[in-house]
Design a binder for this molecule. Structure first.
Ligand SMILES: Nc1ncnc2c1ncn2[C@@H]1O[C@H](COP(=O)(O)OP(=O)(O)OP(=O)(O)O)[C@@H](O)[C@H]1O
Length: 339
């Protein structure tokens, strides 16, 4: 659990509506393995099921609670925060798959559970010089908006030490979980939401909630833990029949999610070059990809049959091993050609 990057998958239960529609659960979890049955039709119109198998660092079945998920995802990042690290925990997935429920649910999201442990640690006398500060902003169509300051436009800049700072971001010191929840609720009401067929409260923006540990007297940053609720992954495919605004939103979401994938792959391979400049999202997350950083991605999936295609897209996005297999294959080919 102390790896630089961890990729986990969480399957949500079938909803009452899905059960009433007679939908089936197509995803089965066994340890770190996940199998998805995809309904398909042959050329002769006979139906068949194709089974796809994946392996991740953690797989959470539909009966896992937020507490279970927290223990194995964000909890190690809280420890790391107090060791002076920069940590990021983000939820990736289709609209309605449980990103917000997991990451930013107002009462039991991972951020609340993390705050509970942060304030326990803050009682330790050796941390008495520290303060916890919350910042909450969103990225909508490549623009940063401060959710704690009337959606004021913000700009990301690099300082003299090549660290990216979100200039003008309002940060509030918080002293307990209740205070954090209040500030969060205020910011959450300011989020951009739009209506889609899948979820009437769909998010088309990336929400970034950061808890920063600072030295109270010098105001220098000691550690940072960010929780990110990404825009619905399928929104990146909004084309054709939709209006211009929706298509533009889709193109921007697509660009940022692709850039994020590139950065995670670069981080995973321990490469020197991380292409974080490719989008606003990756630019503001720069310190999550370089230096003392740890990242945990929670890919959320809907188990019902009518969403299997989106579910498979999410799992392919999150699947680190596909790349390894490809690289291994290329390596073998090269060896073969050389010999
Ligand atoms: N693990 C879970 N257990 C029980 N209910 C869940 C779980 N995950 C999600 N839900 C429920 O499913 C619905 C959709 O979840 P949520 O709003 O978190 O999706 P989302 O991925 O954030 O969607 P969007 O991108 O549109 O914001 C909500 O009613 C939520 O309470």
């Amino acid at each position: 659990m102390t790896a630089k990057i961890r990729v986990c998958v969480r399957k949500r239960p079938l909803s009452a509506k899905e059960i009433n529609r007679g939908e089936k659960d197509m995803a089965s979890c066994t340890g770190r393995q996940l199998a998805v049955d995809e309904p398909k039709v042959r050329l002769d119109m006979t139906k068949f099921i194709e089974r796809h198998k994946f392996v991740f660092d953690e797989v959470f079945d539909s009966d896992a609670t937020n507490e279970d998920v927290y223990r194995r995802t964000a909890y190690p990042l809280v420890q790391y925060l107090f060791e002076g690290g920069k940590a990021t925990c983000f939820a990736y997935g289709q609209t309605g798959s449980g990103k917000t429920y997991t990451m930013l649910d107002e009462k039991q999201g991972l951020y609340v559970l993390a705050a509970r442990d942060i304030f326990v640690k803050m009682r330790n006398p050796e941390n008495s010089h520290l303060g916890v500060y919350i910042g909450f902003y969103e990225i909508y169509q490549g623009q940063l908006h401060d959710l704690l300051n009337n959606r004021k436009k913000l700009h990301a800049r690099e300082d003299g030490k090549s660290s990216v700072v979100v200039a003008g971001l309002k940060e509030y010191e918080i002293v307990n979980v209740e205070g954090l929840m209040q500030v969060f609720e205020y910011g959450n009401n300011a989020r951009s939401t739009g209506s889609t067929r899948a979820n009437a409260d769909s998010s088309r923006s990336h929400a970034i909630m950061q808890l920063v540990l600072k030295d109270r007297s010098t105001k220098s940053v000691v550690g940072k833990l960010s929780f990110i609720d990404l825009a619905g992954s399928e929104r990146g495919a909004d084309r054709g029949e939709t209006d211009v605004k929706t298509r533009m939103e889709g193109a921007e979401i697509n660009k940022s999610l692709l850039a994020l994938k590139e950065c995670i792959r670069a981080l995973d391979q321990g490469g020197k070059h991380t292409p974080f400049r490719q989008s606003k999202l990756t630019q503001v997350l720069k310190d999550s990809f370089v230096g003392n950083s740890r990242t945990c991605m929670v890919a959320t999936i809907s188990p019902n049959n009518s969403n299997s295609e989106h579910t498979l897209n999410t799992l392919r996005y999150a699947d680190r091993y596909v790349l390894y297999i490809f690289m291994g294959f290329m390596g073998q080919m090269l060896l073969y050609v050389c010999v």
